[in-house]
Design a protein. Sequence first.
Length: 134
Amino acid sequence: MIYDNVTFKKCQIKDIPVIVKIAFKAFPETFSSILNHEQMDYMMDMMYGNEVLTRDIGNGDQNYFLMYFNGDPCGYISITTPDRFIRERIEFCHKKNGSPANIQVIRDSKKPVYLLHKVYLLPKKKDVNWDVAC
């Protein structure tokens, strides 16, 4: 596999339009067979609305990284910070009247624990062999 032409860059708020552009191509391609139009609109707004991305990137709760192939943006990943991950688990467990499993393990870990939230690539292009590129 060739990785020389693939680079990653941590996103800033100014990169939101690029994330959204990729999301609006990759997300429907990925989920159109299982989500109807209304569900798709809801998910896109909930995850990729400008306010949501500005909040998440601005406060550092999620770290987005743009992936570039030959200098062109082609995908992104999103990683949740340990603090946000713990908050989300606690909130989820309180809603379900359950115990926040693994929270102490995460807190006691000597290394940070991150949650890989999103991994999206643009749909295959005729001029890019993704099997070789990524």
